[in-house]
Design a protein around this ligand. Structure first.
Ligand code: ZN
Length: 157
């Protein structure tokens, strides 16, 4: 599943609506700001109902955790869980626990994530959407990246 960053499709909205958690006095976590950047699957034919939350330091220089969270809470892999394919850190388990509680206690944040998910799917669905060109370019870059190793292998034969 390929995920696109929400802020690459909706930069100005992401600036306002990307959540930063200020965490103090949590065991296993350094006190400070943690920015929860979102990524979604833009495929309009896929009904994955999920967000990937990339937890960065407040200045976004360090990624501390990558957490997958499904909106269908009864689904077997709803999460939240740590995504094994993406960056984690020594803080990841503490962040996962913190975020799991936060999502549980903050239904308006979950509603915001769901609305962002719908917006990203909307871009995927609508070729006339102002952000559709960004998505098209992103797809082309992903495809070029995937083709590259195969071509290299071919040359060495
Ligand atoms: Zn999907």
């Amino acid at each position: 599943m390929d995920l696109i960053r929400f802020d690459s499709l909706f930069p100005s909205l992401a600036e306002v609506e990307t959540r930063t958690l200020t965490i103090f006095g949590q065991p296993g976590l350094e006190s400070g700001d943690y920015t929860c950047a979102e990524a979604y699957c833009p495929d309009p034919h896929c009904d994955c109902q999920r967000v990937m939350i990339n937890v960065f330091s407040g200045d976004r220089r360090v990624q501390y955790a990558t957490i997958s969270y499904g909106f269908v809470r009864t689904a077997p892999e709803a999460g939240p869980y740590l995504d094994a394919m993406n960056p984690q850190s020594a803080y990841c388990v503490a962040l996962l626990n913190y975020l799991a509680n936060y999502l549980e206690e903050t239904p308006e944040y979950v509603a915001l994530l769901k609305s962002h998910y719908a917006m990203v799917k909307g871009v995927g669905r609508n070729p006339h959407h102002p952000s559709h060109a960004v998505l098209t370019q992103w797809r082309a870059e992903r495809e070029a990246m995937l083709r590259e190793p195969a071509r290299k292998r071919h040359r060495h034969k």
